[in-house]
Ligand binder design. Structure first.
Ligand code: SAM
Length: 465
C-alpha cells in the first residue's frame, strides 16, 4: 500500500507498493540506479551541503545563484506529514543529529503554507502566506548574486482554487504579489516536466504535468508606469503568439505544453509584461492589482475564432453539457450564432426531436464518416470524430482522419485545449481526460497523418498511366 505518494495521511487502497527487493519501479536497486544515473549526468564538480534554516531569515543565499522550490500555497502540509516519520527517526538518530532532532515534533509555526486549520480562517491563512512569502522573496532578492536570475518553481493549478469571480486563483495571486512586491520582474516562465508519468497523483488524475519555473530579475528602480489601455494593447501583441508557440511546441527541443498546464503557462508571458513596469495604472490613477492583471491575461485562453456551428456547440455545452434541453433555447442560441438547429443536425453534431435538443457524444458519432464527402464539417465534429477514432482505432485511425481533414488540424487542436479547460472548470474529469488524451497523442497522430500521401502527391499518380 502506498501511503505517501499523495502527500496525505488517508490511505489509498488502489495501488500496491512494489516489493523492495524486486527489480521494478519502487524496488531498492532501480531507485538507486535512478539516483546514480542523475548524479552521473550532472557530474558535480563540488560537493554539496545541506543545512536547515527559516527561509524568511536565512543568510545562506548571500551572493549565490538561487533556484528555489517553495511551498505551493495550501497543497501539502509538510510538517504534519513529516511527523509520521519524525517520531521514528528521532528515536534512532537523535544521538547522531542532536540539533536537527531536538524538538519533540516537527516545527510548525514558521511553516509557510496557507492552512485555515492552523490560522483560524481562510483569510487569515492567506494573509499569513502572503506576509511570510513576501519576506522570503525580499530576502532572496537582497541576497541573490546580481549577475544571475533567481528561478522559482511553483507547481500550482490555477483552477485548484478560484477567486470569487472564478477567473483568478488566490494561490497564484498571493504568490505573484509576493514576488512582485519584493521588487522582482518576471522575465520568463518555463513549464518544466518534473515528475515521472507514473507518479501517484498523475495516475488518472488531472494533476499538473509540469512545474512552472518563474525566472525573475530585479526590476530597475526607474521602471516606467503605463496605463491599463497600454497594458491591454501590449498583451494583445504578445499573448496570441506566445500561446501559439506553447501549444505547438517546436519539434524535438520543446514539446507542446499539456492542456492541464496551459493556464499556468500563460501567466508567464502575461506577467512578464505586467511586472516590467513599476505600475499599471487604472483610469482613476490607482495601481492595477495582480488579481486584475491575471483576469485580463486569462481572457486570452478563451478567445478563439471557430465556425458558427462550433461556437453554438461550445456555448450549449457550457450551459447544458451532454444533457438535452428545449428546442426553443437551442433555436435562439443558434440564431445568435448565425446558424440553425436543423443544419447542425444534418452536420451530425446534435440530436433534435420532440422539442428537445442534445449534443452527441463522441461514442455516438458514425464510424464510417469520411470528411472528404461530408459537406458540412464543423471543427466540433472533426474534433469528436478524431477522439472517437483515437479511442477505437488508436493513433493510426485518428491520423488517417486528420489527413483527410485537410486544413482543420490547427483549429481542432485549439478546440481540444479550449474544451479541456472548460471541462476542468466544470469539474467534468472524464470529458477533460478525453481532450487531454487527444492533445498528448497529437504528435503521434500528426506524424501518421503526414505519412499518408496526399491526393496531389506525384507518387500516387505514378501508376495512373
Ligand atoms: C515544494 S517543497 C520543496 C520540495 C523539494 N524541492 C524536494 O524535492 O524535496 C517546499 C518545502 O519548503 C519547506 N518550508 C516550508 N516553510 C518553510 C520555511 N519557513 N523555511 C524553509 N523551508 C520551508 C517545506 O517543509 C517543504 O519541504
Amino acid at each position: 500500500m502506498n501511503l505517501f505518494g499523495k502527500h496525505a495521511i488517508p490511505m489509498t487502497w488502489d495501488y500496491p507498493e512494489a516489493a523492495i527487493l524486486a527489480d521494478t519501479v519502487g524496488g531498492f536497486a532501480p531507485a538507486s540506479e535512478y539516483i546514480a544515473g542523475c548524479i552521473g549526468k550532472l557530474s558535480p564538480a563540488a560537493s554539496g551541503f545541506a543545512t536547515q534554516a527559516d527561509a524568511q531569515t536565512q543568510t545562506i543565499s548571500s551572493l549565490k545563484t538561487i533556484s528555489t522550490d517553495p511551498p505551493y500555497y495550501d497543497n501539502i502540509g509538510y510538517a504534519d506529514l513529516s511527523d509520521f516519520f519524525y517520531v521514528w527517526l528521532r528515536r534512532m538518530l537523535r544521538s547522531v543529529f542532536p540539533a536537527v532532532l531536538a524538538t519533540i515534533a516537527v516545527p510548525k509555526t514558521e511553516e509557510l503554507i496557507a492552512t485555515p486549520s492552523r490560522h483560524g480562517t481562510k483569510q487569515k491563512a492567506e494573509k499569513f502566506f502572503l506576509a511570510g512569502m513576501t519576506k522570503v522573496i525580499h530576502n532572496l532578492a537582497e541576497q541573490a548574486h546580481p549577475e544571475g536570475p533567481v528561478t522559482i518553481y511553483y507547481a500550482f493549478k490555477q483552477s485548484e482554487t478560484s477567486g470569487e469571480d472564478g477567473t483568478s486563483s488566490p494561490g497564484w495571486v498571493t504568490f505573484l504579489s509576493a514576488v512582485l512586491s519584493a521588487g522582482f520582474a518576471i522575465v520568463g516562465t518555463w513549464p518544466l516536466r518534473s515528475e515521472q508519468e507514473f507518479r501517484m497523483i498523475g495516475m488518472g488524475a488531472n494533476a499538473l504535468a509540469s512545474s512552472i519555473v518563474l525566472v525573475c530579475r530585479k526590476r530597475p528602480t526607474d521602471a516606467p508606469s503605463i496605463s491599463r489601455r497600454e497594458f491591454i494593447r501590449e498583451l494583445n501583441g504578445v499573448l496570441p503568439e506566445a500561446l501559439d508557440e506553447m501549444t505547438k511546441g517546436s519539434g524535438e527541443e520543446r514539446s507542446p505544453v499539456a492542456p492541464v498546464d496551459l493556464s499556468q503557462a500563460i501567466i508567464g508571458p502575461g506577467m512578464a509584461v505586467f511586472s516590467k513596469y513599476s505600475a499599471v495604472l487604472e483610469a482613476d490613477g490607482s495601481p492595477m492589482s495582480v488579481r486584475t492583471a491575471l483576469q485580463l491575461i486569462n481572457r486570452f485562453l478563451a478567445e478563439d475564432d471557430f465556425d458558427a456551428d462550433t461556437q453554438f456547440c461550445l456555448h450549449w455545452f457550457e450551459q447544458y453539457g451532454w444533457n438535452e434541453n428545449l428546442f426553443g433555447e437551442a433555436d435562439v442560441l443558434a440564431r445568435s450564432k448565425s446558424t440553425n438547429v436543423d443544419a447542425m443536425k444534418d452536420a451530425g453534431v446534435l440530436q433534435s426531436g420532440s422539442g428537445k435538443v442534445r449534443l452527441l457524444k463522441w461514442a455516438e458519432y458514425p464510424t464510417d464518416w469520411d470528411p472528404r464527402t461530408d459537406k458540412r464539417t464543423p471543427v466540433w465534429e472533426a474534433l469528436h470524430q478524431l477522439i472517437r477514432a483515437l479511442k477505437q482505432g488508436g493513433e493510426s485511425a485518428s491520423g488517417a482522419l486528420l489527413a483527410a481533414l485537410g486544413g482543420k488540424a490547427e483549429a481542432v487542436r485549439q478546440l481540444a485545449y479550449r474544451l479541456y479547460t472548460l471541462c476542468e472548470r466544470l469539474g467534468q474529469a472524464e470529458d477533460a481526460r478525453a481532450y487531454n488524451e487527444l492533445i498528448t497523442s497529437w504528435t503521434g497522430i500528426e506524424s501518421v497523418a503526414n505519412s499518408i500521401p496526399k491526393p496531389s502527391d506525384p507518387q500516387l499518380s505514378l501508376f495512373d498511366n
